[in-house]
Design a protein around this ligand. Structure first.
Ligand code: UD1
Ligand code: CA
Length: 474
């Protein structure tokens, strides 16, 4: 049967006590709903419908450009009512998989198994055994073990409340039958809502096979209703992703102190120290070492490179055997070729540092093309912005830039040129020779250190330093 997926995401999430709609709350840096959408995307569904309501257009805007069918549920009248809104767009002969926007960690493999159990005459739902089932609907089974009903917490009697098998909300059933059952729902219950869970009773009555499949892990079916649950799921997510890396052969100093928020591809014998955050697409080559406190987003680190502690890299490519940091910042468009070195408090943006080149201390290199075997002295700054335009700087192979140099772009430093420390370079510096821009050093005879000024002297000096009022400044 062809598959249609419906994600219910119209709820407000009152218990989050937030101005942000619940499904937009971030987990591992992505909205809750994005996690569900990404998982749904992997299922090969014909279409993915999202029932939205609370937060309305704000929610849609976040997902602009993603192929989703948006269905408005103007008033939140329960999960059954929510699903009903999406049904007119779904052909009867489709199988419908229902997901919740606030159950973010559900796994594709689990859903595939579930979908495999549903069919023209069978409904499959995902259940979970919870030690603390508070708030969840309970799965009720008869003496033979067959599921006959789901009862919501607020409607359950004492005996039903003792049941530990809970409804996760995830279910799969044929569209034609679902339409019939949803049309027959009533809101005669404790919450005056149209419960999706009531379709189970109707499925049983219609002679359908109803199966409750236990979820393989608890974390993947836990819902987010408050900030505590969100924080706990963040922890579950962290463990899950760390375990994947460990299984792939990566050494982690502490699996609980690594946050993987994107996709990581790692070579052999990679080592990651504590408090590292990996976002976007991160590629780590063989034997790469990531020091403590590094934050990497959309980066490729080639083999044998070392990131010393507390580096922040975004949109950078680091070549083989490079050494970066501690405390380096590589911004988008940074490319370090093999054996380059970038030291502490050095920032690069849209810049290439050639093979074996070094910028070891306190520099800003922006919009720059730097050749091989270049030495960038401490405190060198490419003045790439004139307040309106960004200008490029080119430094050719083998150049030596003395400390404290200002390179006022656009400017070029020739091959094997030497720039004297403290220079402000505004014109091309020729190849091979020395270029120096520095005023004469003086040691005036008879100079004396200042003494404490009198009140009058002080006032006079300050007065003297004032700009004339209302005069244009030169
Ligand atoms: C629901 C289930 C419960 C299950 C639990 C698992 C029902 C009646 N109850 O309860 O059996 O144990 O999830 O997490 O289905 N939503 C809408 N429109 C609405 C109401 C809800 O789109 O009118 C969406 C919410 O945004 C949310 C999902 O449906 O994503 C679940 O709604 P929620 O109110 O959180 O249901 P629970 O009380 O948690
Ligand atoms: Ca919920």
């Amino acid at each position: 049967m062809a598959l249609s997926i419906v994600i219910l995401a119209a709820g407000q999430g009152k218990r989050m006590a937030s101005d942000l709609p619940k499904v937009l709350q971030p987990l591992a840096g992505r909205p809750l709903l994005q996690h569900v959408v990404d998982c749904a995307r992997g299922m090969g569904a014909d279409r993915i419908h999202v029932v939205y309501g609370h937060g309305g257009d704000g929610v849609r805007a976040v997902f602009a450009g993603q192929p989703l069918e948006w269905v408005l549920q103007a008033e939140q009248r329960g999960t059954g009512h929510a699903l009903l809104q999406a049904m007119p767009a779904i052909p009867d002969e489709h199988l419908v998989l229902v997901l919740f926007g606030d159950v973010p960690l559900v796994q594709g493999s689990t859903l595939s198994t579930l979908v495999g159990r549903a069919g023209p005459k069978s409904l499959a739902l995902l259940s979970v055994q919870l030690d603390d089932p508070g708030g969840y609907g309970r799965v009720l089974r008869d003496k033979a073990g067959n599921v006959y009903r789901i009862v919501e917490q607020k409607d359950a009697n004492r005996k039903e409340l003792a049941v530990r098998e809970c409804n996760t909300g995830v279910l799969a059933a044929p569209a034609g039958a679902l339409k019939r059952w949803l049309a027959g729902l009533s809101n005669d219950n404790a919450q005056r809502e149209y419960y999706l869970t009531d379709v189970v009773t109707q499925a049983v009555r219609d002679g359908f096979k109803v199966e409750a499949l236990p979820a393989p892990t608890t974390a993947e079916v836990l819902g987010v209703n408050d900030r505590l649950q969100l924080a706990e799921l963040e922890g579950d997510y962290r463990r899950l992703r760390a375990r994947e890396l460990l299984a792939a052969g990566v050494t982690l100093a502490d699996p609980l102190r690594l946050d993987v928020r994107g996709t990581v591809t790692a070579g052999r014998d990679v080592a990651i120290d504590v408090n590292v955050v990996l976002e976007g697409r991160v590629v780590l080559g063989d034997r790469v070492v990531v020091g403590p406190g590094c934050v990497l987003r959309d980066v490729t680190i080639e083999a044998d490179a070392l990131l010393a502690p507390y580096c922040v890299l975004d949109g950078a490519i680091v070549g083989e055997r490079c050494v970066v940091g501690p405390y380096a910042r590589l911004r988008p468009g940074t490319r370090l070729l093999a054996d380059a070195r970038v030291g502490n408090f050095v920032e690069l943006k849209n810049a290439t540092l050639g093979a074996g080149s070094k910028a070891n201390h306190l520099s800003y290199l922006g919009d720059s093309t730097i050749g091989a075997q270049v030495n960038i002295g401490a405190g060198t700054i490419t003045c790439n912005y004139d307040g309106a335009n960004k200008w490029p700087t080119t430094i050719e192979d083998g150049a030596f830039i003395g400390s404290g140099t200002m390179l006022v772009a656009p400017v070029t430093v020739g091959r094997d040129a030497t720039i004297g420390a403290g220079s402000t370079i505004t014109k091309p510096a020729p190849r091979d020779g020395l270029t120096l821009e520095r005023s004469q050093q003086k040691s005036p005879a008879g100079w004396q250190r200042p003494t404490q000024a009198s009140a009058e002297e002080r006032e006079r000096a300050i007065e003297h330093a004032r700009l004339p009022p209302e005069q244009p400044v030169e």
